[in-house]
Design a protein. Structure first.
Lengths: 299, 307
């Protein structure tokens, strides 16, 4: 029996599901080249280039960037650039902290017995089984109540008043990211052969050296993929950010959501196209790294 | 002191787990308690919280109303019960459709040659990693009256000489359902794929040797062994669908209000955090009950890590 044989029914459904997955994305990309500023129907590409933008009603006739008019327009949008900067700085900070403390927790849960272990384990399950909105409004309540109280007690006024911002978003992101890092690293630790560590200890290495020279390098792929997962979760997050962000800490998903409730120009599509391209390259890079890692095993 | 720390395994474990435990305690456990306390409170005229112990928010959520016609003192107002029921049925429907769509695709990928398999998986990851809000926006463009779906149907109708008026698809319950299915489909494909991929090929051969046909092999071998993936996927789909408010906000307009929208509006527009807190606790309890019974029946698969 050929294990790779598939029935026509399975193939047909698979094709249809792929079409369903990709049709919206293709449409989105197409509209980012729309000549019509109103962006209601696709009115064709912008075909001419000129030194400045020429409009005919709501139609862009020619632009310095030609067909890529909306992408140039986007690069001049300060709000988008600020939101992109916020998104990245939150994601980087949160990923670094979540990866470090999440890996530590994974080591603790996998290797040690200690009093608060059941408690730690229970806490780590919370973000997986509770809807994000419940965490979001919980964090908002925590911040607004404590900040309100602190502002009163410390008599803070004006700019020194505590309020929602980059810090509250970052801190909340770490909370929902940590469990995912821990899960991924734990899975890696389960497959780890302890005899390597015993061999290192027999050869006279102390625990510290054994950890950094033997254990850590072998769980590093797990730590990296946990970190990468955390990073994408942070980039993608809407709900938690929505409730914990304040003035000046708008992220890209929040910015796009704001636009959807107003007039939508092809600029939003251009932004989406850039995002999808980055995702495409990132996934491609990840696949390539994984393939490189797996190769020696097969051959 | 340091010597004792190095020898005490229990201390080391506590030390390693402590940062995460404290972090989660402060940002998840304390907020949940705060939400509980506030849900018993009352709203002050300027939108602040007055701490008290009143069950008003909960009775209001389950239909008790004092704003009645014909001078009655109290009556049943189904508004919020309907919202809860709508969210539950939508979450069940979404999960069901997502399983139907995801299973054949996961099966297709799992049975593909190893070289192709990576590419097919790659094709699932792209939509998954594309931002949630952007994906809702894509459907908004497709479903609009002037959107691509109406354009395609109109074009076919024109070819067949059938009169066609563009359908109103946006801002309907179906639009929200389609959006939800689209958003969460990848979360079902990946865990089902992971559990299908683990099935040893020799099992299929054994089933064939014993005279089972394709359908029987599927029902008796493939399906039972892939159940952990379906269970993990269900948890990954059902819980977020229950709490999501963007899809219904953008694709449902003001027509389709779910618990998520209710909570969001209480915190931002209506400014009654006490009622919003009560609603979010009910949402949490509902999802926990469903997840509990579901996992008790089918077990909690480790496939949840795969996605």
């Amino acid at each position: 029996m050929n294990p790779h044989k598939r029935s026509p029914f399975v193939i047909a459904t698979a094709v249809l599901v792929y079409v369903f997955l990709y049709a919206p994305i293709v449409g989105l990309i197409l509209y980012s080249f729309n000549a019509s500023r109103a962006n209601v129907t696709f009115e064709g590409f912008i075909t001419q280039t000129s030194s400045r933008v020429v409009m005919d009603g709501s139609m862009v006739v020619s632009s310095p960037c030609g067909a890529f008019h909306w992408f140039c327009d986007l690069s001049k949008n300060d709000d988008v650039l600020e939101a992109a900067g916020n998104t990245l700085s939150i994601a980087f900070t949160a990923t670094i902290i979540a990866t470090i403390i999440g890996t530590m927790a994974a080591l603790a849960l996998q290797r040690y017995d200690f009093k608060i272990k059941p408690v730690s384990q229970l806490f780590l399950y919370i973000p997986i089984v509770i809807p994000e909105i419940v965490m979001g409004i919980g964090a908002l309540t925590l911040f607004s109540q404590t900040f309100g109280w602190l502002n009163d007690v410390l008599h803070l006024t004006g700019d020194s008043r505590l309020s929602l911002g980059l810090a509250t978003v970052t801190v909340s992101h770490i909370a929902f990211m940590v469990p995912f890092v821990t899960l991924v690293v734990q899975a890696r630790l389960q497959g780890f052969d302890k005899s390597f560590e015993e061999a290192a200890m027999d050869l006279g290495a102390n625990e510290w050296i054994t950890f950094w020279r033997v254990t850590f390098p072998s769980i590093l792929p797990g730590v990296l993929s946990g970190g990468l997962l955390a990073f994408t979760l942070s980039l993608d997050d809407f709900v938690i950010t929505f409730f914990t962000n304040g003035p000046g800490s708008t992220t890209l998903p929040i910015y796009v959501y704001g636009l959807l409730r107003r007039i939508i120009t092809p600029q939003v599509n251009a932004l989406s196209t850039v995002w999808i391209s980055i995702v495409f390259l990132a996934v491609l890079l990840l696949q390539w790294l994984q393939n490189r890692e797996e190769k020696p095993k097969h051959e | 002191m340091l010597q004792r720390f190095r020898e005490n395994k229990s201390w080391q474990g506590t030390f390693l787990a402590l940062p995460t435990t404290i972090w989660l305690f402060v940002l998840l456990v304390i907020p949940l308690f705060l939400t509980l306390i506030i849900s018993f409170g009352q709203r002050s005229p300027d939108g602040d919280v007055i701490f008290s112990f009143s069950l008003n928010n909960y009775t209001r959520l389950f239909g008790y109303s004092t704003d009645c016609p014909e001078g009655q003192a109290s009556c049943f107002d189904p508004l919020y019960v309907n919202i809860l029921w709508r969210s539950l049925t939508l979450a069940f429907n979404t999960t069901f459709i997502v399983i139907l769509l995801a299973y054949p695709l996961a099966y297709f990928i799992a049975r593909a040659a190893p070289k192709q398999r990576n590419m097919f998986l790659f094709m699932v990851l792209i939509p998954l990693w594309t931002n949630f809000v952007i994906r809702v926006y894509a459907w908004m463009m497709l479903l609009r009256k002037e959107g691509a779906i109406n354009a395609v149907i109109g074009w076919v109708a024109h070819l067949l000489h059938i009169p066609f008026t563009p359908l109103e698809m946006l801002y309907t319950p179906s639009a929200v359902l389609v959006g939800m299915v689209y958003e969460f489909l990848p979360f079902m494909i990946l865990p089902i794929y992971t559990s299908l991929e683990k099935i040893d090929n020799s099992l299929y051969e054994a089933a064939a040797d014993l005279g089972a046909n394709a359908v029987r092999t599927f029902l008796r071998v493939t399906l039972p062994l892939s159940m952990p993936g379906v269970v993990a996927g269900t948890i990954l789909v059902f819980i977020p669908v229950m709490g999501t408010f963007i899809v219904s906000d953008i694709l449902g307009g003001r027509q389709v209000i779910l618990v998520g929208n209710l909570i969001q509006r209480q915190f931002l527009d209506a400014r009654d955090p006490t009622f919003g807190s009560a609603a979010s606790l009910i949402l949490m309890v509902l999802t926990l009950i469903v997840t509990f019974f579901y996992t008790r029946k089918f077990g909690f698969g480790e496939e949840i890590v795969a996605a």
